[in-house]
Design a protein around this ligand. Structure first.
Ligand SMILES: *Cc1c(COP(=O)(O)O)cnc(C)c1O
Length: 369
């Protein structure tokens, strides 16, 4: 028996006919790029959030990059974010030519410590990229107030937070632009790469459409650079349309998995995830903490349970970002968490017996450590 930390095959078995119908719809439509499926998905994803505009793009990394570029951010600018995130958040910022500036996170919920933002602002700061990590939102009242006070743009990285809410408001509804990934593991996942940007602003929407399409508007004439080819694919858009109708159900299923972990592991030495007051968590991943993380992972492997670490290397200490000048000790909470966190199997179609096996094995391993 092997329990995977994430898998889509059970879901595919359950939804296979509908998924294949989506593929056939697109392949039979006569239009394979920027056709009806992308158009409809953009409208439906915007409606789900009650935000005016949605632009489908090729992945979540480029969603952040295009959002920043659409807001005029580029070389010479600074963008405040966290190191305790998936590397693509930072890859995207760097790829615009801007410089990422990191603030530390809070130890209890792993989220951006918004009390540190003001001290990180310089004359070159242009934007804040809060990351709604693991499935719950950064304190957006605080981020929005600081941004307003200093005239900064806000780009929410919602790659892990589809459907997450804070005081009733959906992730992606505060920012000047908000990026989403539909990478297959995400709470709303395609059958390949995909992404989107939400924006309430018509100008930003137009800029995003240009940026994803060679800098062109209507004619085949590039009117502005930077420009890219970053289109969402028709076939993924059609599958996403179908899956969007089930997003709330997927989230309920993830919450049920989380509730069972909470019930069955609450009396162990693991530190379980906590939900911030006012937040509704969607559990993109279920991240726990223990100082003996690596021996637990190795022992669980012998029980046939695959565990994961999101993330083992803080971004600011990765070789590829050495030029930013951060050192060990620069972000103490981020660095401490990186040594202790690991994720338990979590996805909407996780089978009950696989979860039971995971819990039993974990209790056994923890009892012997
Ligand atoms: C997955 C992820 C991304 C990147 O999305 P891709 O579609 O893989 O490019 C960006 N930020 C965060 C926080 C993510 O989890």
């Amino acid at each position: 028996m092997t329990v995977h930390v994430w898998g889509y095959l059970d879901e595919y078995q359950q939804e296979r006919e509908e998924i294949l119908e989506c593929v056939d719809t697109v392949f039979s439509s006569g239009k394979l790029i920027l056709g009806k499926s992308v158009h409809m998905f953009e409208q439906e994803f915007a409606d789900y959030h009650s935000v005016a505009h949605c632009v489908g793009v090729d992945n979540g990394t480029n969603a952040i990059k295009l959002a920043l570029e659409a807001l005029g951010i580029g070389p010479g600018d600074e963008v405040i974010t966290v190191s305790n995130t998936a590397a693509p958040t930072v890859v995207a910022i760097v790829s615009t030519g801007a410089t990422p500036v990191f603030v530390d996170v809070r130890e209890d919920d792993f989220l951006m410590d918004t009390t540190l933002i003001s001290a990180a602002i310089t004359a070159r700061t242009k934007a804040i990229v809060p990351v709604h990590l693991y499935g719950q939102c950064v304190d957006m009242a605080a981020v929005s107030a600081i941004a307003r006070e200093h005239g900064l743009a806000v780009v929410e990285d919602c790659a892990q937070a589809h459907g997450a809410r804070q005081h009733g408001h959906l992730a992606g509804t505060w920012g000047d632009a908000s990026s989403f990934s539909f990478y297959p593991t995400k709470v709303l996942g395609a059958y390949g790469d995909g992404g989107a940007v939400l924006t309430p602003n018509e100008e930003t929407d137009r800029a995003l459409r240009r940026l994803r399409f060679y800098g062109m508007e209507s004619d085949y004439h590039t009117v502005a650079t930077p420009a890219h080819n970053s289109r969402l694919d028709e076939v993924h858009a059609e599958i996403l349309r179908k899956k969007l109708t089930r997003l709330d159900r997927y989230i309920d299923q993830r919450r049920a998995v989380a509730a069972r972990y909470g019930r069955d592991l609450g009396d162990t030495a693991l530190t379980l995830p906590s939900t911030v007051k006012g937040n509704e968590h969607v559990y993109y991943v279920y991240v726990v903490r223990h100082p003996a993380r690596d021996s637990i992972i190795a022992a669980m492997q012998e029980h046939g349970v695959q565990l994961n670490v999101s993330y083992r290397w803080p971004v600011h200490l990765m070789t590829g970002f050495a030029h930013l000048g951060y050192r060990e000790g620069s972000l103490p909470v981020t660095e401490k968490l990186a040594g202790e966190i690991f994720s338990l199997p979590m996805f909407a179609s996780l089978r009950r017996d696989d979860q039971d096996h995971t819990v039993e094995a974990l209790r056994d391993v923890l009892g012997r450590i």
